[in-house]
Ligand binder design. Structure first.
Ligand SMILES: [Zn+2]
Length: 254
């Protein structure tokens, strides 16, 4: 066990014993939509929070946060996440608006504050929740702009986007003109997020060089909230996020 610089316990020892599972490779077992009365994160990401050791990945599984959404996995028809709330204007890139689940906003607050107060990094969100209908527009924009073959490498078809979960956001940085380009990884925001986002429960869905597994190009700006304990386990696993979530589902019998 070790502590990161913000005092979170890192779960390497417990999780090293978890066997890797092969990808199940099917889309025949859609997740139930779990309605919760509130949208509080499973672990409050405060400066003093510590992560209790867990004995298995199954204990980390949260059906409300760990839904599978990828080219392979569609969300349930008509899925709309609960408790969507507007993102504060000073967290957004200029001229943008957007919403996220209330619990994700709670998890984001200390991350945005720490990035600025500890390291002078002014994180800004470019886009966040997108409804099914909005994803139709987004995907068509990319088809019209770069052609369908390339669009499928960069954008999800409606019903398959993590943005529809209300837990996922794209950041942008003035370093590279606020554009969603690989050069975001070299921006102050990209460098900070790569090092610290997991400490607050956020996972990078589409890492570099993993398009064959994730289905998407490297997207250093695209982060999904999965909870602090799960994000620590994901990071230690070395798996892509979709592989890790598949493993969580397997371990939990979901
Ligand atoms: Zn995105």
């Amino acid at each position: 066990m070790r502590l990161n610089r913000r005092g979170f316990l890192v779960l390497s020892a417990q999780l090293a014993a978890v066997p890797l599972l092969v990808r199940c490779g099917t889309n025949e077992d859609p997740l139930p939509v779990v309605e919760t009365p509130t949208d509080t994160p499973t672990s409050a990401p405060t400066e003093t929070a510590t992560v209790e050791p867990t004995s298995s990945l199954a204990d980390l599984y949260d059906p409300d946060l760990h839904q599978l959404a990828s080219k392979e996995y569609a969300l349930p028809d008509g899925y709309v996440p609960p408790n969507l709330q507007p993102i504060p204007g000073n967290w957004l890139m200029g001229g943008q608006s957007g919403s996220l689940r209330a619990g994700v906003l709670e998890a984001l607050e200390p991350m945005m504050n720490d990035a600025w107060e500890d390291d002078g990094v002014d994180l800004r969100i470019r886009s966040a929740y997108r409804s099914y209908d909005e994803q139709i527009t987004t995907f068509q924009y990319w088809v019209d702009t770069v052609g369908e073959e390339q669009a499928r490498r960069e954008s999800a078809v409606p019903g398959h986007s993590e943005h529809q979960l209300g837990t996922t956001m794209d950041f942008a940085d003035p370093y590279n003109g606020w554009e969603l380009l690989e050069s975001f990884a070299d921006s102050p925001s990209g460098i900070w997020l790569a090092e610290h986002a997991w400490e607050y429960g956020f996972a990078l869905s589409y890492p570099e060089g993993m398009e064959a597994t994730t289905g998407y190009i490297y997207e250093p700006w695209h982060h999904r909230y999965i909870g602090i304990e799960a994000a620590a386990a994901w990071r230690d696993s070395g798996l892509t996020l979709i592989e890790f979530l598949e493993q969580l589902h397997e371990e939990a019998g979901a």
